[in-house]
Design a binder for this molecule. Structure first.
Ligand code: C5P
Length: 364
């Protein structure tokens, strides 16, 4: 934190909220045995200055290093991101624009500023970009795979098969894996459409979301978008059977037994994989309680998909409604084990693998 930053918020507040130490001084008795600013600069994978004032930007542009922040930026060899925040007149001044242009030339990366109402009451460019936009830009930067500009269609969550107007059949899918895959695909630069069954998760930002309930509705939504997509990832736990009745009234509790007749739903994944033209690269999931490899390879062949991500489900296993999972991924002629980790990490690894295999397919 610079001295000015500390005039607004105390370092203790940041330390308490982040759970990390806060550096404030260039010459810190506790740190100088390791040259605090140099070790910080070496340690960082990237430096983000947010909010960056006109003064900070001027200092960076001229190589001044009279406090910890400016010295750290000067010493950094990793990418430096700057999120400017200042009055619109200060931002528009020729000298600020020259400083920005010079830093751009030197490889600094600017996030924002945004336009809008400012703390001083004026309106214009100079507002700091929203924190989620800053985080999103940084996480996209760290993604090593490339789905840039690719249209990615993902299905996620369970489906609900109505029995009557108030009851339904569903399953234990939380949608966490599918949502993590959508986030990872967005991070990788994909243009994502997420067809989601009913879940209790916040919708990912920067994607188009289509909410559905039943397998039939999911089928309709996916089939409408699939021919226009580069990749389809079927992570939804689609009901295999549905009562498929249009029972208009609530079933009354009269008989001792009630028999429900269930009908097989349409296999969305297999239908996407069988598209005669404009077939996207198709990835399916296999959730199994036993014989994982055999069933997964079977699905790969029978449904004619490009890739199958298989995971164990059931008691004491990863999979449904957990934050962690492991995947055994198969494609024609190969496979890879993605070890147990949190679903965010796992989704990134899976997206990397999908991008790699898509590229191989396109170049063959
Ligand atoms: O055959 P099984 O249901 O085990 O295959 C799982 C894969 O198939 C998942 O990717 C799931 O999204 C997809 N699926 C589907 N439509 C169905 C049933 C499953 O797309 N009706």
């Amino acid at each position: 934190m610079t001295e000015s930053a500390q005039a607004f918020i105390s370092p203790l507040t940041f330390q308490a909220l982040s759970g990390h130490p806060v550096g404030t001084r260039l010459l810190d008795e506790d740190q100088e045995h390791v040259m605090g600013h140099i070790s910080l600069a070496r340690w960082a994978d990237s430096v983000l200055v947010a909010p960056a004032t006109a003064n900070c930007i001027a200092k960076f542009s001229h190589g001044l290093s009279d406090d910890l922040v400016s010295t750290l930026v000067l010493a950094a060899t990793c990418p430096v991101f700057i999120a400017p925040a200042m009055n619109q007149a200060m931002w528009n001044k020729a000298v600020t624009q020259e400083n920005v242009a010079r830093l751009n030339r030197d490889g600094f990366r600017f996030i924002g500023p945004a336009s809008g109402e400012q703390a001083c009451g004026e309106i214009g460019y100079g507002r700091m970009a929203e924190p989620d936009v800053i985080c999103e830009t940084l996480s996209r930067f760290f993604c090593h795979c490339d789905l840039s500009g690719k249209k990615v269609l993902i299905s996620a969550g369970p489906t609900r098969e109505p029995i009557d107007p108030v009851r339904f059949i569903t399953n234990r899918s939380s949608g966490k894996m599918g949502y993590a895959i959508a986030e990872a695909a967005i991070e990788a630069g994909g243009i994502v459409t997420l067809v989601s069954g009913p879940v209790a998760l916040p919708p990912p930002k920067y994607c188009q979301i289509i909410n559905v309930e039943s397998a039939a509705q999911m089928h309709e939504a996916v089939m409408a978008s699939a021919p226009n997509s580069d990749v389809y990832i079927g992570a939804a736990a689609v009901a295999d059977y549905s009562p498929n009745t249009h029972q208009p009234e609530k079933i009354k509790k009269i008989e001792n037994t009630l028999i429900l007749e269930l009908f097989k739903t349409r296999d969305i994944l297999a239908e996407v994989a069988a598209l005669p033209v404009q077939r996207p690269f198709t990835v399916g999931f296999a959730a199994e309680t036993h014989d994982l490899e055999r069933y997964a390879k079977d699905k790969l062949a029978k449904k004619n998909v490009d890739m199958i991500a298989a995971n164990w489900v059931g008691k004491d296993q990863g999979g449904f409604d957990r934050d962690q999972n492991a995947l055994q991924v198969y494609w024609k002629g190969g496979g890879k084990q993605l070890e147990m980790t949190d679903k965010t990490q796992l989704a990134r690894q899976l997206i990397n693998l999908i991008a790699e295999k898509m590229n191989e397919k396109n170049t063959n």
